[in-house]
Design a protein around this ligand. Sequence first.
Ligand code: TXA
Ligand code: MG
Length: 351
Amino acid sequence: TTIWKVQSDASSAHPFLTEAGSWIARGRTVAFPTETVYGLGADAGNTVAVEAIFEAKGRPSDNPLIVHIADEEQLDALARHVDDTSRLLMRAFWPGPLTLVLPAKPGAVSPRVTAGLSTVAVRMPAHPVALALIRAAGCPVAAPSANRSGRPSPTLASHVRDDLDGRIGGIVDGGPAGVGVESTVVVVEAGGSRIRVLRPGGVTVADMRRAAPGVEVTVETAAEEAFAPRSPGMKYTHYAPQGKLTLVQGEPGEVAAYIRRTLAEAKQSGERTGVLTTAERTELYEADRVVRCGREDDMEAAARELYAALRQFDEAGITLIWADGYTASDGIGLAVMNRLNKAAGHRIVQV
Ligand code: TXA
Ligand code: MG
């Protein structure tokens, strides 16, 4: 696996990006930074190349990939039709952390990208290196997050190396990703009058309500997700550290008391203990590993730090983890809670 180190604002004229782009054009896999997390890219039209992504990640083949573009004109070749509400969202949030599920033009991308669905998920990332690489490749780039399937998504090139070294062609190291959690995935329904959020992310529900007044915005509930996931990826265990994670919620004092008690018991029985919590609350715990993630009043910081924080528990061989301090229900906090819930396999204790 070749590593190309570039500045976070490198252009497609950069010799490393020209080279990395030509690797994609020739059917190889290249990981690259985006403003959300690192992606593992391949030519979306090349089935062999796309299969190499699934192979490298150990990803189930029924989980479709997002297609990344650098210019809105590239959309014409991918989508059969773009409704006015989707168009409005693109104008408001592209380039940026929003993925739109659109009716696919038959044959536009490899059937392995769409996993046989009649729709295609498209986004234009707001990262100079990602845009430059897509332009250098000269084709739409299929790219899931560049982690081994089930592991936390990578927010640094070193995370990609930890998971995929030797399994992929190259890694463009452009420094830390931005938002820290993946893009918001939406589909527009009901003749343009409803935006359904399939995966919360960097573009919030409030952002979309503001951009599309009069259009209803709904969020797929956990129950709907479990029953018949509209976004196939949401049914898999995700973002999970190797240790067993439990989310603890309730009155802050009682949460701390509960965690301190169960943690002491777990230590006694030989577990390696970890606590994930906000800056304000790290002093409350004496675990083998206390990892700080965000601040109570700063869920954007929590989003940025979440995946790197989860990876730290694995590095320390932690077997049991409690998460304390995460109760947000809107803004970027919705995405943080969605990922934490998944990392915990929906293990939530109310005290
Ligand atoms: O921020 C992101 O979106 C990152 C960066 C690399 O761009 N990518 C990413 O890709 O998170 P991935 O593969 O980890 O997640 C893609 C999600 C999955 O939940 C998948 O099921 C959903 O998008 N998806 C892809 N195509 C779809 C489709 N046609 N209909 C519904 N959901 C789709
Ligand atoms: Mg992923």
